[in-house]
Design a protein around this ligand. Sequence first.
Ligand code: SF4
Length: 364
Amino acid sequence: MTAPGAAPAVPVTGTPLLEARSLVKHFPVHRRGRRTQRGAVVHAVDDVSIAVPEASITAVVGESGCGKSTLTLMLARLVRPTSGELLLNGSPAAHRDAREYAGQVQMVLQDPFASLNLVHTVRYHLARPLRIHGLGPDGNNLDDEITSLLERVALSPQTGEKYPHELSGGQRQRVAIARALAVRPRVLLADEPVSMLDVSIRLGVLNLLADLRERERLAIVYVTHDIASARYLGDTIAVMYAGQIIEQGPAATVTDQPSHPYTQLLLAAAPDPDRPSPPALRGRGAPPSLVSPPAGCRFHPRCPYAMAICAQQAPPRVEVTSGHVSACWLHTKDADSAPLQNPGPTLGPIPLTTDSRPPRGEST
Ligand code: SF4
């Protein structure tokens, strides 16, 4: 069992390229430019630790508003953490020059229609970061560099002379990825990179990210609300809820044997053609306010297995199987078995490894 705030719970091989240790981000609450309640803050991210090794994909999954985009912005050093530490290749990121850091850690945004300037060609978009980072050769060599960038994202050299409005959404996202690759990063932060694309072209962009992991040994953080694509692409998955990581581990393990009730509900809500009317998170309430998140386990007002202790104390992180960590009282010996009276139906039993406590409502 690991106490909240400890080092990353999922073991990685070697020094992670990018590592977040207990990152916290609290935003002051304002209304019409003024702070409302003295000291009120949005707990956007609380005590989040992840480690991303070279040539790997870490998928961060959660509902809208769970804090995954704020986490990504902190990893990109575009938002300053309230507390916690960010390490790049084992050394504190705060000690690095911002441009040097951006040269190592690049971000691909969600909206390929807004991330490119409509009045400039693709060639301009790719040449600019080369110049800014002092990497760009002149003349014909620059053309070769741009052609190479386009080929790395499976676009033809002729694409360089096109404007964004002449490209499909998938092609634009490939240009955005090529622009990120121009500065030769070692880490790519992809924030919902396919959510605005047609379903038919999403797979191509996901496969491109998988290729980049293999070919260029990039460390990739893939942020998504779609647990099915997280399983498809990720080597590991970190599930976020209300600003915290509540389950983390190898992608296949987290999705085949979800050990946290929220992950189980998230999987149950994912589309499945073999399941005509899937039970969803609908009917189990909404995510909590992050201005005053619930005490104890933040999921307890929606959890079908909630016990009295869940409303009082934050659950510890428990390693349920090797490298698979869950923050839930169900996996401890100390849990209070008295159930809370939560609305909504219970799901099937969760596969437990350290405790055989039954779902609420079942007899012991
Ligand atoms: Fe949280 Fe308790 Fe439900 Fe576990 S059983 S997810 S600790 S409310």
